[in-house]
Design a protein around this ligand. Structure first.
Ligand SMILES: Nc1nc2c(ncn2[C@@H]2O[C@H](COP(=O)(O)OP(=O)(O)O)[C@@H](O)[C@H]2O)c(=O)[nH]1
Ligand SMILES: [Mg+2]
Length: 343
């Protein structure tokens, strides 16, 4: 028995399918019902045409909102989940509604991180104000599937104001998630500065806020040093187009050091961007990227269904193995085949 199977509750029954029409699901979702949200999110992850249609119908009723879509990224072990737990609690106590989505590109293969790993969001799990979806993983590369954008919208329909998306340390998903959110938060742990070198410049340039986590106990000095090296590195980065300076804040999920400062930084980021129109532009950009992904996905899926393409693909794979053709030529052959099919 695989590890995955061992963790599955034998009494678990899949929710009865087709128990909802789009109208019923929309109504329940808008009332904030968590079970319906979970149901809607699994539908969003499904590739069955009937489910795609259901999500599309439900999302017809989506109304623009002033929510905060925030990505929490950073190297594995930096304390992202623990941060979300402690900061999420802070917000929930102020009566804010928070939905947390985790993008975990590794889960389709290993299964491990969904069920094996703890989410480290123990104190949030039973909070009324909080909804946690431990693994909104996708089958697409980088773990950011079109389902993730749909999931964000569905959470907003259910009345969540903060949509927090945690990435699980794979470079690709960290870039891809930036297309889904309004604000990009990068969390690092205190280190000698080597830590920073592990973070690609391109990812640092995405950051709207840097958090040096674990600034507690004997790590306080080291955290201050890390803060200084981030600030030094920042001055060399290409600024984001909103023109706002990305702050660096030391934090501790244990002592809640600077928890208010982080809340203020987030609020002020959103306020400024609402005023400047950057927020509204970002939302348009998110829709445009989503459209782009959907179109590309549909093109690939429909082309891959064509029998001639499947045949030529496997023949090319064979020829490449025998060094009879180079990938670049193979690409051209595929293009020509497609063109001929449509002429
Ligand atoms: N001392 C201290 N440890 C922390 C803090 N935040 C997280 N940790 C620890 O760092 C480890 C990794 O945390 P986790 O949230 O799973 O990191 P993630 O991989 O970035 O999500 C865990 O052992 C946490 O207990 C903090 O603020 N202070
Ligand atoms: Mg985590």
């Amino acid at each position: 028995m695989s590890n995955l199977n061992k963790n599955i509750n034998p009494n678990f029954r899949k929710a009865e399918r087709k128990s909802f029409t789009a109208k019923e699901l929309t109504k329940k979702l808008l009332s904030g019902d968590k079970l319906s949200l979970s149901y809607a999110l699994s539908i969003a992850e499904s590739i069955l045409p009937v489910d795609r249609q259901l999500v599309a119908d439900v999302l017809q009723n989506y109304k623009k909102t002033n929510t905060k879509r925030i990505a929490i990224t950073g190297p594995p072990g930096a304390g992202k989940s623990t941060f979300i737990d402690s900061f999420g609690n802070h917000l929930a106590e102020k009566n804010k509604k928070i939905a947390i989505l985790t993008i975990d590109p590794s889960s389709p293969q290993s299964g491990g991180s969904i069920l094996g790993d703890k989410t480290r969001m123990d104190s949030l799990i039973n909070h009324d104000q909080v909804y946690i979806r431990p693994s909104a993983s996708g089958t697409e590369k980088g773990g950011v599937s079109s389902a993730t954008m749909e999931s964000i919208l569905l959470c907003e329909m259910a009345g969540y104001e903060y949509i927090i998306v945690e990435t699980v340390g794979v470079g690709q998903s960290e870039v891809a998630v930036s297309e889904l959110v309004d604000m990009y938060v990068l969390i690092v742990q205190p280190g000698s500065g080597d830590d920073l070198q592990g973070i690609k410049r391109g990812i640092m340039e995405l950051a709207d806020l840097y958090i040096v986590n674990k600034a507690d106990g004997d790590k306080v000095e080291l955290a201050k040093q890390s803060g200084r090296s981030i600030n030094a590195a920042k001055s060399l980065l290409f600024p984001k187009s909103h023109g706002l300076k990305a702050e660096t804040i030391l934090y501790s999920s244990e002592s809640l050091l600077n928890v208010d400062k982080i809340e203020e930084a987030i609020d002020s980021f959103f306020n400024s961007n609402h005023e400047s129109g950057y927020y509204q532009d970002t939302r348009k950009q998110q829709m445009a990227s989503w459209l782009h992904r959907e179109i590309n996905k549909s093109i690939i899926e429909s082309v891959e269904e064509i029998k001639e393409i499947q045949e030529i693909k496997s023949s090319l794979q064979h020829q490449i193995k025998n060094s009879e053709v180079y990938p670049i030529e193979a690409g051209e052959i595929i293009k020509k085949t497609i063109k001929n099919l449509f002429n």
